[in-house]
Design a protein around this ligand. Structure first.
Ligand SMILES: C[S@@+](CC[C@H](N)C(=O)[O-])C[C@H]1O[C@@H](n2cnc3c(N)ncnc32)[C@H](O)[C@@H]1O
Length: 338
């Protein structure tokens, strides 16, 4: 039997449900079997990340080995897509690392891809984490009837009870990043483990750019009751830590940010990388109908990646490491779009 019938914190319960023996993310179908990320939505996404890798390459002075580190790589879809999209002057110097807790898919046989369980140290290039941090397990607190925040305990069937007060470190994090009113029922997700995971990933880069992309919220507008939820077979479901579903919560990207970081929307970031959701010119329909139909399909995919109320609202936390950020992304993005 998985875990125990005993109630425990959400962080411990989710860790086992997602990554323990028979954990949700270790199953053969992978994340794509249950939900759709930007990577699955369109190859335009990998193309855009490849363009960003080329800009980082130029900013680094075209190093002999250019790393692309895909953290939380799923089944390597983004890694493979980025390598495919690189131009001939960059591709031979590129070395990819797919960082993933699940085993390497048999079909992913490109020798340029190193499959690894931990982020490589001392590399130079682009570290990219699409929808990784929302799956880094965290604890949850809820305000009790006396107005005091308490850790939420959960059983394998998803039933919850309130436990002790959070540690001093967690209480400090709450006060700084997610202050709760003394109203019974209000909840917050304790983001310390995500801040630490992101800081460690950034530290692993010798030089280059680190980018975390995720659904997020900011201190000025945290959701009153938290965002923990589940996904199974393409549908949102009740979060139950029994290994049957994804367990995810929006990321406090502002809390993860290290000095020098910038936060922009996916819409603005992809715009800066040449991905726009606009329709192709109608004149193309007369001059080249086949090209028009192709362009229309791509425009639909770009629209999905940049949609308001959807993937376009995702945050891109952009962290330069020992490299000038100018011209990479932020100052090329249209401020109006952020
Ligand atoms: C939501 S999926 C995203 C997959 C892919 N990046 C995409 O956008 O389609 C999150 C992935 O992160 C992986 N993951 C979570 N924590 C990890 C860690 N500490 N090290 C490596 N992979 C991790 C999970 O196994 C899962 O495959």
């Amino acid at each position: 039997m998985r875990g125990s019938a005993v109630a425990r914190g959400w962080r411990e319960a989710a860790e086992e449900a997602l990554y323990g023996p028979d954990g949700f993310f270790l199953r053969p179908e992978g994340p794509a079997g249950h939900f759709r990320t930007s990577v699955h939505a369109s190859p335009l996404y990998a193309d855009a990340v490849a363009r960003l890798l080329c800009r980082v390459d130029a900013a680094l002075g075209e190093p002999a080995e250019l790393a692309f580190v895909d953290v939380g790589a799923g089944r390597g879809e983004l890694t493979a897509g980025v390598l495919r999209a690189l131009p001939p002057q960059v591709a031979p110097r590129a070395r990819a690392y797919a960082v993933e807790r699940a085993p390497r898919p048999v079909a992913l046989d490109d020798p340029r891809i190193t499959w690894t369980a931990s982020v490589p140290h001392g590399v130079t290039g682009l570290l990219f984490a699409n929808e990784w941090l929302d799956n880094v397990p965290l604890d949850i607190v809820e305000v009790d009837p006396a107005g005091v925040p308490r850790l939420v305990r959960v059983r394998e069937d998803g039933t919850e009870t309130l436990g002790p007060e959070p540690s001093r470190a967690d209480a400090d994090w709450l006060e700084r990043w997610w202050p709760l009113p003394p109203e019974p029922g209000f909840r917050a997700e304790l983001g310390g483990p995500r801040d630490a995971a992101w800081a460690a990933a950034v530290r692993s880069l010798e030089r280059g750019l680190a980018v975390a992309v995720d659904y997020h919220h900011a201190r000025v507008a945290r959701p009153g009751f938290g965002t923990l939820t589940g996904f199974r077979d393409g549908r949102e479901c009740r979060p139950v830590p029994d290994g049957s579903c994804d367990l995810t919560a929006h990321v406090a990207l502002d809390a993860c940010a290290l000095p020098g970081a910038e936060l922009l929307s996916q819409r603005a970031a992809l715009g800066a990388l040449g991905v726009f959701g606009g329709r192709p010119p109608l004149s193309l329909a007369t001059t080249d109908p086949a090209a028009y139909v192709r362009a229309l399909a791509l425009a639909g995919e770009a629209a999905e990646l940049t949609a308001r109320g959807g993937l376009g609202d995702f945050g891109w936390l952009v962290q330069p490491v020992g490299v000038a950020a100018r011209g990479l992304l932020v100052d090329v993005a249209d401020d109006e779009e952020q």
